[in-house]
Each structure stands twice: as C-alpha cells, then as structure tokens.
Design a protein around this ligand. Sequence first.
Ligand code: NAD
Ligand code: DAU
Length: 354
Amino acid sequence: MILVTGSAGFIGSNFVLDWLAHQDEAVIGLDKLTYAGNLENLASLKGDARHTFVRGDIGDKELLDRLLAEHRPRAVVNFAAESHVDRSIHGPEDFIQTNIVGTFHLLEAVRAYWCKSSSAEGAAFRFLHVSTDEVYGSLAKGDPAFSETHRYEPNSPYSASKAASDHLVRAYHHTYGLPVLTTNCSNNYGPLHFPEKLIPLMIVNALAGKPLPVYGDGQQIRDWLYVRDHCSAIRRVLEAGKVGEVYNIGGWNEKANLDIVHTVCALLDELRPRQDGKSYRDQIAFVADRPGHDRRYAIDARKIERELGWKPAETFETGIRKTVQWYLDNQEWVRNVQSGAYRQWVEKNYAERG
Ligand code: NAD
Ligand code: DAU
C-alpha cells in the first residue's frame, strides 16, 4: 500500500481517486483537515476497503511512526502543505510550520521506518515529494521555461517554504540515502479545487453575480495543467522515476490571467447564460495587485516526457470545459465549502484591494 499525505485537499483527493481508479493497491490517506481539507472530496470511496483515512498532522512524528509501522507502505506521496500564496502573505507562520517543520518531521519518521526495513523493502521504497514551479521565481517575457536545473529564487513566503522543503528532501537523499523523488508542477485546475484559487473563484463568483477580481493588469502568466494529468505524472514518476531526481511537470499551456477569466466567462455564457442576456465579462473588476506578484511561470516538461514518456492528456480547451461543467454540476459541494471561515477569508483578502 501507499501513504498519501494531504489526501483530502484538491490534488491529494484527485490523486487518491485517480490511483484507485487505475489499480487495486490500497491507500492510506493522512490529512490534518485544515480549511482546505475536505472529506466530501473522498465521499465516493465510502465502504471501499482499499481506502483508509486518518486525520493527523505530518508534523506529528509519533502518529507517523505508528502509521508506518502498522501499515508498512511501500511509498509515501507527500501533498500535505499550506498552498495559497495570498494566505502566506497575510500569515506566513502556518506555512513555515507545515511546509518546513512538518516536512522535516515527516522525513524523520520516514527515515527511521526506512532504516528498519529489510534490504529488499528498503530498496523498493520511495518518498515522493510534490512541489511547485514557484520555487524557481519569476520569468521575464521571452525567458526560457524553468528546467530542473533552474536556480531557486522563491519570492513569496509560500514558495520560500516549499523551496525549503525541497532542499530538506534533497538533503535526506544525499546525506542518508533516503530514496526520494521530487516533482515541481505548474498551476493545476479541475474538479474539487477550493474556490480561493483563480479558476474556481471566478466560476463561483460569476454564478453568484459577484465581481471577478483580477489582480493588477491581469497579464501575469501561469502554465495550466489539468489536475488528473498531474496525477498521472506522479503515478509515472513513482513507477519509473530515478531515485534522487527532480521532474518538472507542466501543461505546455501558458496563459495570461485575464485570458483565463475571459475563457471562463465565455464558457459560462454558453453553458449557463446570465438571465439579463449580458456576458459574465461585465463582472470583471481590476483590483490592487498581489504584493511581490510573480509575473510569469513556464515549465519545461521535456525531461519527464523524454525519460518517462509522460505527456498531458488534456488540452486546456478540453480541461477547462470539463472543469466549468463540474462546478455547474456540483453546486452543493461549492455551497458546503463556503463556510463562515471561507467568507471571512474572502472579506479579508478582497476588502483591502479596493
Ligand atoms: P490544498 O491546499 O488544496 O490541499 C492541501 C491539503 O493538505 C489539505 O487537505 C490540508 O488539510 C492538508 N494539510 C495542510 N497542513 C497539513 C498538515 N500539517 N498535516 C497534514 N495535512 C495537512 O493544496 P493542493 O492544491 O492540493 O496542493 C497539494 C500539493 O501540491 C502542495 O504541496 C502544493 O504545494 C503542491 N502544488 C500545488 C499546485 C496547484 O496548482 N494547486 C501546483 C503545484 C504543486
Ligand atoms: O504554480 C503552482 C502554484 O499555483 C501552486 O504551487 C500553488 O499552490 C497554487 O495555489 C498556484 O499558485 P498561484 O498563486 O499561481 O495560484 P492562484 O490561483 O492563487 O492565482 C493564479 C493567478 O491569478 C495569480 O497570478 C494571481 C491571480 N489571481 C488570483 C486570485 C485568487 C487574481 O488575479 N485574482 C484572484 O482573485
């Protein structure tokens, strides 16, 4: 079996669902259930003997020692993190605690478990750390996309904390020989995405008749990847990645934020037209920019394609249509995540932007 941390979050839950749709190897999910963790994401697995969920913190070494000894996973896939850049600007502490200190405790527990395993089990074991392209900093227009050897230049408390965790993972391989793999992926989108992030926030606000807040001039560029393509890339790296290596994962799909918002509006105009006959585009509102906002990310995903034969299955056109349709079909999921805490965050983040 494998242990998946952060399994109730956006990508973690997609990964567990995708994993069990492709094979019968059991999964034990570990998640602290912060505001971003949602057991409803895993509701379709109720009664499925292949899935066990445990609520807990990756920083709780005793719990991890116990889980590892009891379940003896052949791999750990680490998604657990604080993941939202704007929240890291308002309050970096949780990011330091989970992304750096938590990853450290997780690595310590995994190292102790791995050291005690038999030589065959130890050789087959993998610790896969899921990271981000944001550790590489910001690109100017025309700069080549981030390769695996691009220097680390994180600019936000979030990306700095992820960079620190990547360095710890690297060090545990070089110092202790722990069989690690690291993936650095671009922006994901798709079902089960918490509506604090750009694409789900735009869909949810549009349908609620609220403003669509575009930071600055909206010309910041991200490289978007459909979440299930990220999941298939991680499965492939776990299966065939070379121990100690880093793999960049991306969708070859650079888009300016404003273009993303226009695409979402056009799809909603087609699938759920406004009652007044106007376009959702009329709801776009330019607001104050994110401090230290990275201008452009782009992933050079040639290594994973060349060495492991992975390529994304979705184009942006197919992926974004599926995504918008999913939100239209899952309004109850949206209502359930929009708790009091969610509303407080939205007020805090957007009130200050004018
Ligand atoms: P998310 O915020 O949706 O989910 C994170 C999950 O981790 C939540 O379920 C949360 O409850 C859990 N968690 C937080 N702190 C924890 C702790 N101390 N112990 C155990 N669980 C904890 O994030 P996501 O978008 O699913 O991202 C998952 C991972 O992928 C993160 O490591 C992120 O840095 C990375 N990543 C995300 C993207 C993206 O576009 N979303 C892109 C590249 C990499
Ligand atoms: O690149 C990978 C990263 O992508 C992951 O590591 C992060 O966990 C994930 O959150 C995401 O980070 P971003 O900051 O790029 O994602 P976000 O959806 O918050 O913002 C995408 C872009 O849209 C960014 O340039 C900021 C802008 N934006 C965002 C929000 C929430 C807006 O213009 N308006 C908004 O209301």
